[in-house]
Design a protein around this ligand. Sequence first.
Ligand SMILES: Nc1nc2c(ncn2[C@@H]2O[C@H](COP(=O)(O)OP(=O)(O)OP(=O)(O)O)[C@@H](O)[C@H]2O)c(=O)[nH]1
Ligand SMILES: [Mg+2]
Length: 305
Amino acid sequence: MAGWFKALSKTRTVLASALQGMVSDGVEVDERTLEDLEMALLKADLPPRLVAELVMDLEENQIHGNRTPVDVLKESLSKELKLCETDPFDFPQSPACILLLGVNGAGKTTTCAKLAWMAKKQKRKVLLGAADTFRAAGTEQLRMWGENLDVPVVSGRQGSDASAVAYDAMDAAHARGVDLLFIDTAGRMHTKDHLMDELEKMVRAIKKRDENAPHATWMVLDASLGQNSLNQARIFHQSVPLSGLILTKLDGSSRAGFLFNVQKEMPGVPVLFSGLGEAKEDLVRFDPDAFLDGLLRASPDEDEG
Ligand SMILES: Nc1nc2c(ncn2[C@@H]2O[C@H](COP(=O)(O)OP(=O)(O)OP(=O)(O)O)[C@@H](O)[C@H]2O)c(=O)[nH]1
Ligand SMILES: [Mg+2]
């Protein structure tokens, strides 16, 4: 299983030399070091307003001068991240229907499978709904995952109505006494109105089976897109209110700093999980401390190799 420290190596590399400059500066940080840090933070896609605040914090700390610059940075950054303390799989009703959505290639299908695996390990009864009827390969990909994980998959033919598949999956979830139903959807560009309409139609179809469903709507975001992924999330949120975010491909991103902007940009929508690699085990609960540590610590723990 990939760990946070390893997964964050690309973004950490962007920050490393600037952080090293601060450490060797001791308590005082010279102007050049601060400039280097500012550039590095922006390159790692931290939001500019936060970068400006951080630089000011560090300058002020020079005047009061009691903590190390890295301590100051850590403390300020940790305030921008929020841990979701409740278990995302805990729903008052069953079956709980969780709709996964996002733009093309974000990692929805893989994440659906990883979620099913995680829930199954927790002894929950799971079902997958393959409501990406757009591409034959989309359904096939989820079916293969299902076989692999020994999780049943409800699917339809290519080109069939995705809303009908979602409805059938809801029906099957009720009939089989499932705890969690994860529905995979086709990738869609947030800028294409008819695709967003189709998504709204799918939600209406699901509601016909259970008016409180979907019980969660999680958007899958590709972390390698940095801040752009949040712009996409804002637009999706207008069509279908999101209840959580899942950040995939943190391991391939050198721009993970945009995560410090999630609370401001998407207030009330928590980051629930993060993808740290391609394997079924590589989806983990979002852990703000491990994230911060993975960005700022100079060397791995011994057990991380
Ligand atoms: N490294 C890495 N790769 C990932 C992660 N999550 C998904 N991927 C890879 O990203 C690629 C696309 O994943 P899919 O799950 O097919 O993406 P999708 O959103 O379903 O794509 P469409 O259905 O075409 O819109 C695959 O090669 C996945 O293995 C992750 O957390 N880390
Ligand atoms: Mg897919």
